[in-house]
Ligand binder design. Sequence first.
Ligand code: TEU
Length: 548
Amino acid sequence: MENFKNSTVYQIYIKSFKDTSGNGFGDIRGITEKLDYLKELGVDYVWITPFFKSPQRDNGYDVSDYTAVDSMFGTMEDVEELIAQAESRGIGCMFDMVFNHTSTEHEWFQRALRGEPEYMDYYIFRDGEPDAPPTNWQSKFGGPAWEYVPHLKKWYLHLFDVTQADLNWENSQVREELKQVIRFWKDKGVKGFRFDVVNLISKPELFEDDDRGDGRRFYTDGPHVHEYLKELVRDTGIGEMVTVGEMSSTSLENCIRYTRPEEHEFSMCFNFHHLKVDYKDGNKWEPKEPDHEELKRLLMQWQEGMQAEQGWNAMFWCNHDQPRAVSRFGDDKKYWKESAKMLATSIHLLRGTPYIFQGEELGMTNAGFKDISEYRDVESINYYEIMQSEGKTRKEALDILAARSRDNGRTPMQWDGSRYAGFSQGEPWIGIPENHSYINAQAEAADSGSILNYYKRLIALRKEYKVISEGEIEFIYREHPQVLAYRRSCQGQELVVLANMKAAAVDLGEKPELEGYRQLIGNYAGAECEQTLEQLKPYECRVYIRTL
Ligand code: TEU
C-alpha cells in the first residue's frame, strides 16, 4: 500500500503557528517546539507553507530566493533541526514549492528588468503600447493580469499580485532551475512537496482576450502541463515521495491524469469545486448560503470519478486561503462541537488523504474582524476597494470580507486562553478571536469530549482500519438533500458513514441496512446518544463498522 493513503497531513501556516522570538510572527523553531503536540495528534506529515526568502507581499507565496530561509522565520540550521526532530518522531516534512511565479524581487526578475535577454525569457514578457495590455485578463487578486515596464516597452504577466511574475515554463532552463530547488530540499531530508497552483504553469501559445476578462480557460491545465510535471517528477526522483498539487479551477479528467499511478505525476491533488457551493454564480465576493445538495453532488462526482480511474484525492475543508469550515458549513455557536465533528468525520472517511489545517482540530472559527484595518491579506484589501468601486457600501464590503476573507484562516493558532493565546509573547501580526478563551489546545486536551480528542480518534482509526484508507466507496441515500452517506468496503471490512450536514434534525426515509454492524464513532454522546436508526439530530454523524 502506498504510504500516503493511510496518512494524515497537517498544514502549518508558519506565520500564525507559534512564535518563539516574541516578534509577533510564527517561526521555524515554533514548529519544532510543537512537534510533540503533532505527534500526540497522530499526524504523519506536516505541510509547511513557504518560509523562503520573500518580501511577504503575499505572505511568502512571493518567493525571492527558493533555497534561502527568510530571516523572519529563522535560519537554515533551524530548518535542518526541524526536519531532524520531526523525523525522530515519525513525522515527515513537506515543503511548499511556489513554481508558477516568483517575487519580482527574485534575482531572475531583477536581471530581466535590467534587460538581460536570458532572464527576460524566464518570464512572460510581451511587446505592447502602454495603454494596451496583451490581453484583457484579470489577475486573481483583482486588477489587470499584465504590468507595463516603461523602460523595456514590454508587459509582463502576473496571474496573482503585480509582485508575483509568472515564470515561463516553456523555457527549459527555467525547468532546470526549479528541479535544482527540489533537489536542494530533498537533500535536506524533506519527505514530500506541495506544489502551489501548479496546473497554471503551462501558458497557451497564443494569448487571446476573453469576453469577461477571465483568462482561466487559456492557462488552466494548459497544453504542456502533464508533460512538464512528468519531466519534473522523473528528473528529481520525487515519484517515491508524497506529492500534492494544488489545482485551481481544474477538471476531474485532468486530476485523474495528475494522480493515477501509471502517469507518474503526483500522489494526489487538491481541487476546490466543493468550496464554491457558497459562491453566487461562481463569484467568491457574492456570498450565499451553502448549497448542500450541490456540495454532496460534487463530492460524489469526484469520489466516484477518481475511484473509477485510480486517481487519488487530497480531502480538505480548510486551508490558509479559506474561511473556517465550522463557521462556513457548520454552526460556530449553538452546534459548534457537533458541526465541527460532523465535518471532520464526513471528510476524513471519504476515499482520499485527509488534510487538517492548523486549528481546525480545535474547531477554530472565522476571525470576526469588523474594520478594514484588521485585515492583512493583499487579496482582501484589494477587493475591499474593488467591491466599493462596483457600488457596494463600506458595510456591505466589510460583511463580505468577514465571511470570505482568507484572513479568517490566518489568525494565530489558539494554544491556550492567555492574552495572545499562547501564540506569542508579543503582539501578533494579526488579531486573535476572543473565543480563544475556550477554543484552545490546552482546554481541549483536558476535555475528553473535545473536538481535538475527536480528531485524534479519527486519525487513529485510519491506522487501525484498512477500510478507511483503502476501501472502495459507494454512496447511499444518494438523493437525500442533506444527508451525506456512504459505504466503504475492503477485504471483509465494511464501514457506513451517515452525516447530517444541516442544523435541522432529519429523517433518512428508510432504515439503513446495518445488520451485524456496531457503532465506531459519532458526535452525540451519552444520554444524547439514544437513537432511532432512521433519524439524525442536528449535524449528527454516525459511523458503523462490521467485519465479515
Ligand atoms: O492559492 C491559489 C488560489 O488561486 C486560491 O486559493 C486563491 O487564493 C483564491 O482562489 C483567491 O480567491 C495559492 C496559495 O495557496 C495562495 O496562498 C497564494 O496566494 C496563491 O497560490 C499565489 O501563490
